[in-house]
Design a protein around this ligand. Structure first.
Ligand SMILES: Nc1ncnc2c1ncn2[C@@H]1O[C@H](COP(=O)(O)OP(=O)(O)OP(=O)(O)O)[C@@H](O)[C@H]1O
Ligand SMILES: [Mg+2]
Length: 213
């Protein structure tokens, strides 16, 4: 369970972002909606321990991650969190496989990668350089890389941002299938994708979410 309590974030020369209290339950999928700049990526970065809030607490399985040292946060992220970044953070000159296998440097076991690439219909592209892939294919490599360590928590920032609706919908369905039983928090601008998630949280309203029918 991930609990956001009284969290605010202040960047230099910016207004503080005050977050409503939110609880993300284990094994559920959440879609985060909200206007550009409202603080969605910042929230994911705080959960992942990449950024720290100015005030408040972020409990993951009862432990306040904001109290950890940066080294502890990094270790926790590497072991427990799969993060699909808004800009992918793939290495264009390297192949699909090498982009995944690079995680071995952090001690991640990547032997499940073929199976995951197969589920994402990317196995036949595994020896291609990322720079030669389409947007949707890059997206699926980023998903495969995030999921290969079998994380408890998956954070996905605009996983369909650059895709047309049909391909975006297909990628979301694959992401949900592959993250079944894990806690998934996905940011998206497209409300039409909300029906696939257990919960939708509108960060504009900051009311903490409503249950999908
Ligand atoms: N490193 C930073 N330094 C200064 N300001 C930042 C930094 N990161 C984010 N911000 C500011 O914080 C606010 C929230 O940014 P964030 O990236 O979380 O928005 P977002 O909801 O993810 O938007 P989008 O939908 O466009 O991705 C924005 O006003 C942004 O300019
Ligand atoms: Mg963002």
């Amino acid at each position: 369970m991930i609990q956001i309590k009284g969290v605010s974030k202040q960047f230099q020369n910016e207004n503080a972002i005050n977050y409503a209290d939110i609880t993300f339950e284990d094994g559920k999928s959440y879609m985060l909606l909200g206007a550009s700049g409202c603080g969605k990526s910042t929230l994911l970065n705080m959960i992942a321990g990449i950024l720290s809030p100015e005030s408040g607490e972020i409990f993951i399985n009862g432990e306040d991650v904001t109290k950890k040292t940066q080294k502890e946060k990094d270790k926790f992220r590497i072991q427990k969190i799969g993060y699909i970044f808004q800009d992918f953070k793939l290495i264009p000159e390297m192949t699909v496989m090498d982009n995944i296998n690079i995680l071995r440097l952090e001690g991640v076991d990547t032997k499940g990668s073929d199976e995951i690439l197969k589920k994402l219909e990317m196995l036949d592209k595994k020896n291609k350089k990322v720079k030669h892939l389409s947007g949707g294919e890059k997206q699926r490599v980023a998903i495969a890389r995030a999921i290969v360590k079998m994380p408890e928590i998956i954070l996905a920032d605009e996983p369909t941002g650059n895709l047309n609706f049909e391909i975006g919908e297909a990628v979301i369905k694959q992401l949900l299938e592959i993250s079944a039983g894990k806690t998934l928090i996905a940011v998206t601008h497209d409300e039409r994708l909300g029906k696939y998630f257990d919960y939708t949280i509108d960060m504009n309203e900051m009311t903490g979410g409503r249950e999908n029918a």
